[in-house]
Design a protein around this ligand. Structure first.
Ligand code: UD1
Ligand code: CA
Length: 458
C-alpha cells in the first residue's frame, strides 16, 4: 500500500535564537512554531507523522502529545541525520514522505497538498518545494543547469559567491519517494563547511542514481519563511498576524488598524464586533457579536458574550455576559464572572468574584473573593477587604442593596439583600435585610473655629 507520511524536524537547539527555550517552542501568535507546522500537516490526511526530537525532546513531546509519533536524534548531526532517525518507523513503507522543518510556521495545508499533487504527477523520486526571494541569505540555494533542471542544493556556508547570487531557495520542504529517501540518506556524508549530514545532499545522490528530481516553486516566499533568529520570528509573527486579522475581517469583524491589532491564532470573534488599535486577544479567548473592544485592551483566555464594551482594560481568565461593560483602566483578574448588563467603570479591580445582572460598580473599587447579587449599587472607592494577612475570606452582598461610597467591607461578611450601608462605613458585622448599617465617627462642628486660624481671611 502506498502510504502518505510526514517527518517534522524539530531536534535542533536553535543557537541563533540565543534563548533558553528550544527554537521550535517559540510562539507565533500564541502557538508554538512546531505546533503550527503539525496543525497544517494534520489537515492533509497522513498515515504517519513522525517528529524528530532531540534538544528539549521532553518539552516538545509534551507540547505535541500523541498527535505525532516521535523519533529521537541523540546528537544533532544535521538534517539528513535527523531524517535517518525516522527510518525505524517509516523505512519499510511504500509511498511518499514529506519532510518539513519545525521552524517554518507559515506553511499552509494547501501548499503541502499542492506539493503532493505535483510530486505524484511528475513521478519524481523527490520534489523540492522552492521559492524566490531578493533576500536569500541563510537559505540553501537551488542550483539548476543551463536547461533549468535542478542539479543540487548548496547551503549558504558552502556556496560560491556565484551560487550565493541565486535567488531561488530551498524552503526545507520536500516530497520524497519513501524508499528512495532512506536509501539515499545512507550515502550522505558530512564533508562540508558545517561538518553536518545535510538532507539536501540526498538530492544530488538521487540525481546520480539517475532518478527524477523535480522542483515545485511556490509564488509566496513569505509562507516559506524559516525562523532562525528573533528578527525572523518578529517577521513571521507580522505575517501570521495579518493572516489572522484578515480572516476575522472577512468573517464580519471590524478591525480599525490591523497593523496594530494582535490576535492569537485560536481566538473566535462574532460578527459586527469592533476592535480598536492596540488590542491584544490571547489564548483561548472567545468574543461574541456586537462587542466593542476599545484601544489597548488586553483579553487573555476569557469569554466575552454579546454586546459587551471593553474600554482600555485588562481581562484575564474571566467571563462577561451580554451587555456588560468595563473600563477605562479596569482589571478583571482570574475567575471573575460578570453578569448581564453589569457596569464596571473606571479603576475597578475584580478578582475571583461573581457579580450578577445589572449591578453597578462605577469607580475606584476593589472586589475580591465576593459574591454580589443583582441590581446592587456599589459607590465610589469601596474596598472588599478580603485578606487578613494570612487567609482570604468571602463577602456576600444580596440583591438590590446599596453600598455607600468609601466603605470597607471586612470579610468574612454577609450583607443581606435590600440593605443599605452608609458612606464611609467600615463594616465587619453582618447586615440584615432592610437594615441600614452606619459605622463611622459622628461629625462634630466647632462654631467660629475658622477665625482662630492664623491664615484666616475675612
Ligand atoms: C535548512 C536547509 C536549507 C533551507 C532551510 C529552509 C539543511 C542543511 N539546510 O537550513 O537548505 O534553505 O532549512 O528553512 O537542511 N534539525 C534537526 N536536527 C539536526 C539539525 C536540524 O532536527 O541535526 C532541525 C531543526 O530543529 C530545524 C530544521 O531541522 O527545525 C532545520 O534546521 P536548521 O538548522 O534551522 O536549518 P537551516 O540552516 O535553516
Ligand atoms: Ca531553519
Amino acid at each position: 500500500m502506498a502510504t502518505k507520511n510526514t517527518i517534522i524536524l524539530a531536534a535542533g537547539k536553535g543557537t541563533r535564537m540565543k534563548s533558553k527555550l528550544y527554537k521550535v517552542l517559540h510562539r507565533v501568535c500564541g502557538r508554538t512554531m512546531v505546533d503550527h507546522v503539525l496543525t497544517q500537516v494534520e489537515q492533509v490526511k497522513m498515515d504517519n507523522i513522525v517528529t524528530v526530537v532531540g534538544h528539549g525532546a521532553e518539552a516538545v513531546e509534551q507540547e505535541l502529545g500523541d498527535r505525532t509519533k516521535y523519533a529521537v536524534q541523540e546528537e544533532q548531526l544535521g538534517t539528513g541525520h535527523a531524517v535517518m532517525q525516522a527510518e525505524d518507523i517509516l523505512g519499510d513503507l511504500d509511498g511518499i514522505t514529506m519532510v518539513v522543518s519545525g521552524d517554518t510556521p507559515l506553511f499552509t495545508a494547501q501548499t503541502f497538498d499542492n506539493l503532493f499533487e505535483y510530486h505524484k504527477n511528475k513521478k519524481a523520486a523527490v520534489t523540492i518545494l522552492t521559492s524566490k526571494t531578493d533576500e536569500p541569505t541563510g537559505y540553501g540555494r537551488i542550483v539548476r543547469n543551463n536547461l533549468g533542471i535542478v542539479e543540487r542544493i548548496v547551503e549558504q556556508k558552502d556556496a560560491t559567491s556565484e551560487e550565493q547570487a541565486i535567488t531561488e531557495i530551498n524552503t526545507g520542504v520536500y516530497a520524497f519517494d519513501n524508499r528512495a529517501l532512506f536509501n539515499a540518506l545512507h550515502s550522505v556524508n558530512n564533508d562540508n563547511a558545517q561538518g553536518e549530514y545535510y538532507l539536501p545532499d540526498a538530492i544530488e545522490i538521487l540525481k546520480k542514481q539517475g532518478k527524477t528530481i523535480a522542483a515545485f516553486q511556490m509564488d509566496n516566499f513569505y509562507e516559506s519563511m524559516g525562523v532562525n533568529d528573533r528578527v525572523a520570528l518578529s517577521k513571521a509573527t507580522k505575517i501570521m498576524q495579518q493572516r489572522i486579522n484578515e480572516s476575522h475581517m472577512r468573517n464580519g469583524v471590524t478591525i480599525i488598524d490591523p497593523e496594530n491589532t494582535y490576535i492569537d491564532v485560536d481566538i473566535k470573534i462574532g460578527s459586527d464586533t469592533v476592535i480598536e488599535p492596540g488590542v491584544q486577544l490571547k489564548n483561548q479567548t472567545v468574543i461574541g457579536d456586537d462587542c466593542y473592544i476599545g484601544a489597548h485592551s488586553e483579553i487573555r483566555n476569557s469569554t466575552i458574550h454579546n454586546g459587551v464594551t471593553v474600554t482600555s482594560s485588562l481581562i484575564e481568565d474571566s467571563e462577561m455576559l451580554d451587555g456588560s461593560d468595563i473600563g477605562p483602566n479596569s482589571h478583571l483578574r482570574p475567575d471573575s464572572h460578570i453578569g448581564q448588563g453589569v457596569h464596571l467603570g473606571n479603576f475597578v479591580e475584580v478578582k475571583k468574584s461573581t457579580i450578577e445582572d445589572n449591578t453597578k460598580v462605577g469607580h475606584l473599587t476593589y472586589v475580591g473573593n465576593a459574591k454580589l447579587g443583582k441590581n446592587i449599587n456599589i459607590g465610589c472607592g469601596v474596598v472588599f477587604v478580603n485578606y487578613d494577612g494570612a487567609n482570604k475570606h468571602e463577602t456576600v452582598v444580596g440583591d438590590d442593596s446599596f453600598i455607600g461610597s468609601n466603605s470597607n467591607l471586612i470579610a468574612p461578611l454577609k450583607v443581606a439583600d435590600h440593605s443599605f450601608i452608609a458612606a464611609g462605613s467600615t463594616i465587619n458585622k453582618d447586615v440584615a435585610r432592610y437594615d441600614m448599617a452606619i459605622a463611622r465617627e459622628r461629625q462634630t462642628n466647632k462654631p467660629g473655629y475658622y477665625k482662630k486660624l492664623p491664615y484666616q481671611k475675612d
